[in-house]
Design a binder for this molecule. Structure first.
Ligand code: ATP
Ligand code: MG
Length: 421
């Protein structure tokens, strides 16, 4: 007996042609936007050695503790992981190829990321990110650039209601001091917190601040604030960033509880949140990670970056933000001479930048015209043996009124051009 259909993996989706045109619109817009700031594309493998993520994201983070797709390579016993985010791979590649030797780098990547989370609206196991990393820049000028460029993208995409929250985690030392203070504050709440939270307090107390559990909110609200005990250089960095954003007219809110879920951050952290997405409302998040390059074995180099969730951006795109782009011409042909001539005509039209679907599979003119209609093309170009003999074709508008006209191929190209095809 035949097996039941094989199902896709939970939390991983197909994107079909009814949706991909929106993805392509977003991807094209994003690429042009990144290029307008001088960022260059970097592509790294989807699989990396597990250790890369453990060492960078941090052993006690949600991602590393429970969200990674990790498996053993059958052939050599190595532990491998599907990338849960892009920064670690990007830094690894930069070090591998010594890119910082020629100066600081502005880079971006796009692609799928994998996290074993509970699938729900806005949260998937395979999702897609656009990530931006600037390596070798101490900031705060580059921190400001990152935030300003995000605002430009929201405007380009016509997205409204996306709000910026920022915080500073201070220097690495300052963060370590804060960790101890926070631990002292949280430990007495021990029994109220439950095992998993108690465990967090022990191993990574900053993560408690990141919790979305409403029961914890009063405890979190009363926690000491990192901002109140920050070194002078960090304060200055943060103030300069704020001043630049004010000059650029960018509204922000400072949220002293914002810590981000990955261990490598310091100084500036930020998130852009939408008021239209329900619970999974962070569309973009990032900050500085000045110790990561060294932590992964490089010469110390300051850095900052951010990543945005493509699915969440797509959910915000207004209806009609982009329209599907069917071919310009559907080429209908019947008869031995016509079939041969049609292929030449199609290539000639394409030489002029016209997008052509050539009918395949034979059939009557009538049935071919039906296909032409449902293809969405604006015009049919029709070739029978008569036309082929005369090296001509007929042009028929499908979406607007107008006569069918029989003429030479060059004339057809000109007429299509006149219609802005
Ligand atoms: P969240 O708080 O939503 O779990 P995060 O802090 O884990 O986010 P980051 O690692 O900073 O997220 O990833 C950056 C962006 O990638 C998020 O703001 C979000 O838009 C998107 N993202 C993260 N995880 C998922 C997921 N499982 N499904 C869809 N998008 C995601
Ligand atoms: Mg998460």
């Amino acid at each position: 007996m035949k097996d039941k259909n094989i199902q896709p993996i939970r939390g991983m989706s197909d994107v079909l042609p009814g949706q991909t045109y929106l993805w392509e619109y977003l991807e094209d817009t994003v690429r042009a936007w990144l290029q307008s700031y001088g960022y260059l594309n970097i592509r790294t493998p989807i699989l990396e050695k597990t250790d890369l993520f453990v060492r960078s994201i941090g052993e006690t983070t949600d991602i590393v503790e429970k969200e990674m797709y990790t498996f053993t390579d059958r052939l050599n016993g190595e532990s491998l992981t599907l990338r849960p985010e892009g920064t670690a791979s990007c830094v690894r590649a930069v070090l591998q190829h010594n890119l910082l030797y020629s100066g600081p780098q502005r880079l971006y990547y796009t692609g799928p990321m994998f996290r074993h989370e509970r699938p729900q609206q806005g949260r998937f196991r395979q999702f897609h990110q656009v990530g931006v990393e600037a390596l070798g820049y101490p900031g705060p000028d580059i921190d400001a650039e990152h935030i300003i460029m995000c605002e430009r993208l929201w405007n380009k995409l016509g997205l409204t209601g996306i709000k910026l929250r920022m915080n500073t985690l201070g220097s690495v030392d300052c963060r370590a001091r804060y960790r101890e203070r926070l631990k002292k504050y949280l430990t007495p709440f021990g029994n109220k917190l439950g095992d998993s939270v108690r465990n967090r307090v022990e191993r990574n107390p900053l993560r408690v601040l990141d919790s979305k559990d409403p029961a914890l909110q009063p405890i979190i609200d009363g926690a000491p604030r990192l901002l109140d005990d920050i070194d002078e250089a960090s304060r200055k960095h943060f103030e300069e960033l704020q001043a630049t954003l004010r000059r650029a007219g960018i509204a922000f809110e400072i949220n002293p509880r914002l810590v981000r879920g990955l261990d490598y951050y310091n100084l500036t952290v930020f998130e852009w949140m939408s008021d239209k997405l329900g619970a999974q409302n962070t569309v973009c998040a990032g900050g500085r990670y000045d110790s990561l390059v060294e932590q992964l074995g490089g010469k110390p180099a300051p850095a900052c970056g951010y990543a945005m969730g493509i699915e969440r951006l797509l959910a915000l795109l207004q209806e009609g933000a982009a329209v599907a782009q069917p071919a310009d011409v559907y080429l209908v042909h019947q008869g031995e001479a016509a079939d041969k001539f049609a292929l030449q005509v199609a290539e000639k039209l394409r030489d002029s930048g016209i997008r052509v679907i050539v009918h395949c599979g034979g059939g009557s003119f009538k049935s071919q015209m039906k296909r032409a209609d449902s293809s969405g093309a604006r015009f049919a170009v029709i070739i029978g043996d008569d036309e082929a003999q005369a090296q001509q074709a007929s042009l028929k508008p499908l979406r607007e009124s107008g006569e069918q006209i029989r003429t030479g191929i060059t004339e057809i190209v000109d007429m299509l051009r006149k219609h802005h095809v």
